[in-house]
Design a binder for this molecule. Structure first.
Ligand code: FO1
Length: 309
């Protein structure tokens, strides 16, 4: 079995991570996760994309929202709001336990990588989930309402302010674990996450983009756009606001020379001009665990054929 390294953020990333997790044994799947959405809230370090991937692999994810936990209760946050505290960022009682434990570990000198590793161990996750960096790397949104912190734009304003530019921090370093995983990878997969606010923040961490371009192994990207729409979230709206056509082909062009293979949905067969690079046209919907596993299988078999491994 090849060692797969998945670059992931948000719900689409977590779903494909779940697909590969059903297929690959321990030690053969590493997920490098976006931390550009992270922020301090109520004195807690919140890491939404790490939590979405962790909860999904632990079978604890809320299937409706795509974030937070299933079977959640809201007594603490409702009381916070009653006391005049911020209730706009919905933190459930069980989810709060994650933020409290992570904040406790960070306050006691653990890195975000070590804290994530402990949470995974406690939740019996056998695959490796890595933050892209141990240092803060906040994504800011340059919008028609000014420069907004990510969660203000995404949650408080429900990603309605038009996006002019996604502002990524300079000088963020990747962790040693991330570099080792990329060196060991037989296959690198860019998940069907938002290219601008989930994948670019990961590639922006030094030296991940250069490594992904230069390393010999195959790099695959899965389209987050199906039938000209985003499956969930602001990707399609952002593409329109940034003057890109809202299509799977436009995502393939955006990733350009970074990737060797592009995976897109059968619904986009007509609009996807078969450009020079190899492309896999398949069903990329991942509602059920079985669909997630099937997409992971399709990617593995296509790329192994390609490299006749
Ligand atoms: N997204 C929302 O749209 N509304 C929320 O109230 C909300 C709360 C929340 C709590 C914990 C968490 O880990 C994620 C949460 N998210 C919420 C999602 C978060 O904004 C993510 O950054 C996005 O899903 C993008 O990946």
């Amino acid at each position: 079995m090849p060692h797969v390294v998945l670059l992931a953020g948000g719900v689409g990333g977590a779903k494909l991570a779940h697909g590969f997790a059903q297929l690959l044994p321990a030690g053969k799947l590493t997920i490098i996760v976006n931390t550009g959405d992270d922020f301090q809230h109520l004195g807690l370090q919140i890491c939404p994309d790490l939590d979405t991937v962790t909860y999904t692999l632990a079978g604890l994810a809320n299937p409706d929202t795509g974030w937070g936990r299933t079977g959640e209760s809201w007594r603490t946050l409702d009381e916070v709001a009653r006391l005049g505290g911020p209730g706009w960022f919905r933190l459930g009682d069980l989810d709060l336990a994650t933020h409290l434990t992570r904040t406790h570990l960070l306050a006691n000198g653990h890195t975000l990588t070590a804290a994530t590793q402990q949470l995974c161990q406690q939740l019996d996750i056998i695959h490796t989930i890595l933050p892209m960096s141990n240092s803060p790397a906040p994504t800011l949104i340059d919008s028609d309402e000014g420069l907004l912190p990510f969660q203000t734009w995404f949650v408080a304003r429900q990603w309605q302010p038009a996006v002019r530019r996604v502002c990524l921090p300079a000088e963020v370093q990747a962790t040693p674990q991330v570099l080792k995983a990329l060196e060991k990878a037989d296959l690198v997969v860019i998940a069907p996450s938002n290219p601008f606010v989930s994948i670019d923040p990961i590639l922006n961490v030094y030296p991940i983009r250069a490594m992904v371009v230069d390393l010999p192994q195959v790099v695959v990207a899965v389209s987050p756009i199906i039938g000209g729409q985003a499956v969930k979230g602001p990707a399609a709206k952002m593409m329109a606001e940034m003057g890109l056509p809202v299509s799977a082909a436009a995502v393939a062009d955006y990733y350009n020379d970074l990737i060797d293979v592009f995976v897109y949905d059968a619904q986009d067969r007509e609009t996807f001009q078969t450009d020079e690079r190899p492309a896999l046209c398949t069903d990329t919907w991942m509602t059920t665990p079985a669909q997630r596993r099937r997409l992971a299988e399709a990617i593995l078999s296509y790329t192994m054929e390609l490299t006749n491994q």
